[in-house]
Design a protein around this ligand. Structure first.
Ligand SMILES: [Zn+2]
Length: 92
């Protein structure tokens, strides 16, 4: 009689085997394919990030040298929008 705890499952491919009898199971081909996919994803994500001039944005928002720019972007946009709305309601 076997129960579920006697079995192991590969987290990568779902292959199941009885504990101690994993034999020649290998996910190497799946992992190589996954690495290729992730490298392509990283390159496309990096290309998108490279289009954003964070230094120039930080300079426009008055972010101090060494402070992170990313967290300042949304508050900066909101401040600019609030200022624009204020000016338009005053007819400026
Ligand atoms: Zn596997």
């Amino acid at each position: 009689m076997t129960n579920q705890s006697d079995f192991c499952e590969c987290a990568m491919c779902g292959f199941k085997w009885r504990q101690g009898q994993d034999g020649d199971h290998s996910c190497a081909r799946i992992l190589r394919t996954r690495v290729v996919e992730l490298k392509a994803w990283k390159e496309s994500a990096q290309a998108v990030l490279d289009e954003i001039d964070l230094q120039a944005i930080g300079k426009e928002l008055g972010v101090k040298l060494g402070d992170p720019i990313g967290p300042a972007i949304l508050p900066g946009i909101r401040a600019i929008k609030a200022c624009t709305v204020f000016q338009s309601t005053r007819g400026l």
